[in-house]
Design a protein around this ligand. Structure first.
Ligand code: ATP
Length: 516
């Protein structure tokens, strides 16, 4: 297996465009930063991840720690809600990121992602400054999602003679530029000089107007997360769906954030999709459920075939937690651009009764639960597994992307798990004559009833296999000279490029065994 750290994002992004996974949005007009379109293969992959999540969350939810099947219902709430929603949730007042601008390069960074890494130069420098006896410090500015990644990136950029001396990480310190001490330079990653402004707060919600008149009263927001639509429907679902605490409400949909620095392909975009579930439970059981969902969510990501070594939990430090939250953990993935560090894929948060209480306060509607068995009324506590669907797609793309320099035809293979692959089977006549197209087409017409198939007659067979390798198609079936002689077709396996002969009448059975 190719280590994810060795994979080139540039090559992956280029393959994604070439094969119709992801295109830059509005490309014919020069694009628009932070927006992406999912092409024919990308939307198929995205739907496959979404459907698997929905199946495992709503249609066939897990069995809980007490052996009971959990109750989770689905929802598709509106993207635009009454703007009071976002006042109650705290997004209007507090959904801010600190940003810094480079006055020279005009580049903009999130201050909590732009790091200054400082380190002591070591003996050579001490010698050159021997008169003062001062060991000068050296500074690097780096954009990275974590302190560890910033230090690694700075180390790889710094001159060799220093790199030797800072192999010991204790010689290196890093600070994000939000709360930088005054005696540290606020360095721009673009210029490596102090050309950054002070951090300014920036609200991430996109605003729009509802109705014909564009005044303050008509102002509304595109939702920055799907979760609040769930809290708004808590009472409706309780009143109409015969659910009892503990239960969950799940939703998949678009979310919008006017990110200061969208980057790393679809990792941080301004329009993206989330898969979120709010689990309503008794306050006394909240920690038990937090622990349950934390492990269940990791189990699910691994079930998509993601290498265990590329996934970790990262518990939030006390000072990272929102004031209402008593615990939060991220599932992180080792992306090629964070390696050897990790970046967020999903957050699992213990939100206490914060959201329901806030909506009660602002809407004056009681959002409680009455437990008839114990004759007890309470505001449920909430455990929230919140993941990015489009970020999940990126993880699957990074995992599957495999350069294959040893293969003759194909430079890359996308080895998705077969059940998530956008195309399951390629069906080809070897040449466009000798009765082969007719036979291949008849086979295709039969197989397409059951599997997503692609029929292709153009170009050499090697080129057709290479296309299917890059699309991640697990099997290709070729009707060739043998088929006319003895009825056998050639089935080619994507992952090994091995070929085997199977009788044309047995192809369906063969695929049934492999693909289900
Ligand atoms: P960050 O701190 O990186 O901005 P967050 O912690 O605010 O992210 P959440 O609000 O917890 O993110 O959102 C839940 C999930 O939604 C994230 O784990 C991520 O997978 C996804 N997500 C959040 N913002 C974006 C974005 N701009 N682009 C793509 N996915 C996103």
């Amino acid at each position: 297996m190719v280590d994810v750290a060795e994979k080139s994002m540039e090559e992956l992004v280029s393959l994604c465009k070439r094969r119709g996974f992801v295109y830059p949005a509005s490309e014919i007009y020069g694009g628009i930063n932070g927006f992406w379109d999912y092409g024919p293969l990308g939307v198929a992959l995205k739907n496959a991840v979404r459907d698997d999540w929905w199946r495992n969350m709503v249609e066939c939810p897990p069995v809980g720690p007490d052996g009971d099947v959990l109750q989770v219902v689905g929802l598709d709430s509106s993207i635009i809600q009454n703007p009071k929603t976002w006042e109650a949730s705290g997004h209007v007042g507090g959904f801010n990121d600190p940003m810094v601008d480079c006055t020279e390069s005009k580049k903009r960074y999130r201050a909590d992602h732009a790091w200054v890494v400082g380190f002591h130069g070591g003996e050579e420098d001490a010698d050159s400054n021997s008169s003062s006896g001062v060991v000068p410090e050296h500074f690097y500015a780096v954009v990275a999602d974590s302190k560890e990644t910033a230090i690694e990136a700075a180390k790889s950029e710094m001159p060799k003679k220093f790199a030797k001396r800072v192999a010991d990480a204790t010689a290196v310190t890093a600070f994000d530029q939000t709360n930088l001490a005054p005696d540290w330079p606020r360095l721009s990653p673009a210029t490596q000089t102090a050309t950054l402004t002070e951090p300014r707060m920036f609200n991430l919600m996109f605003e729009t107007y509802v109705g014909a008149i564009r005044d303050e009263d008509a102002k509304a927001y595109l939702r920055p997360e799907t979760a609040q639509g769930i809290f708004l429907n808590y009472k409706n679902i309780l009143d109409t769906m015969r659910v009892k605490v503990p239960f969950g409400i799940a939703q998949v949909g678009k979310a919008f954030r006017n990110e200061v620095t969208p980057r790393n392909f679809i990792f941080r975009s301004r329009e993206f999709e989330q898969m979120e579930m709010e689990w309503f439970c008794h306050p006394d059981d909240a920690l038990k459920w937090y622990d349950f969902w934390k492990h269940e969510r990791m189990r699910w990501w691994k079930s998509l075939g993601i290498d265990e070594g590329n996934l970790i939990f990262r518990d939030h430090d006390e000072d990272e937690l929102a004031h209402y939250s008593s615990a939060c953990v991220d599932v992180e993935y080792r992306y090629p651009f964070t390696a050897p560090g990790y970046g967020e894929l999903e957050g699992i948060a213990h939100r206490g009764c914060y959201d329901l209480s806030k909506h009660t306060e602002h809407s004056k509607q009681k959002l409680e639960f009455f437990d008839q068995t114990n004759n007890e009324k309470f505001v449920p506590h909430v455990i929230e597994p919140a993941s990015g669907l489009t970020r999940g797609v990126l993880v699957l793309l990074c995992e599957a992307f495999t350069p294959t320099p040893e293969r003759k035809g194909s430079k890359y293979v996308m080895n998705f798990p077969a059940r998530l692959a956008p195309i399951k089977v390629g069906v080809f006549p070897l040449v466009n004559k000798d009765g082969m197209p007719e036979k291949a087409n008849a086979l295709y017409m039969k197989l397409r009833e059951k599997y997503v198939c692609q029929y292709d007659v153009k170009q050499s067979i090697g080129k057709r296999y290479a296309r299917m390798d890059e699309a991640g198609t697990p099997y290709c079936v070729t009707v060739d000279g043998e088929t006319n002689e003895n009825g056998n077709v050639t089935i080619r396996h994507r992952d090994t490029a091995e070929q085997e002969q199977v009788h044309i009448d047995r192809v369906e059975e063969f695929l049934g065994e492999k693909l289900g």
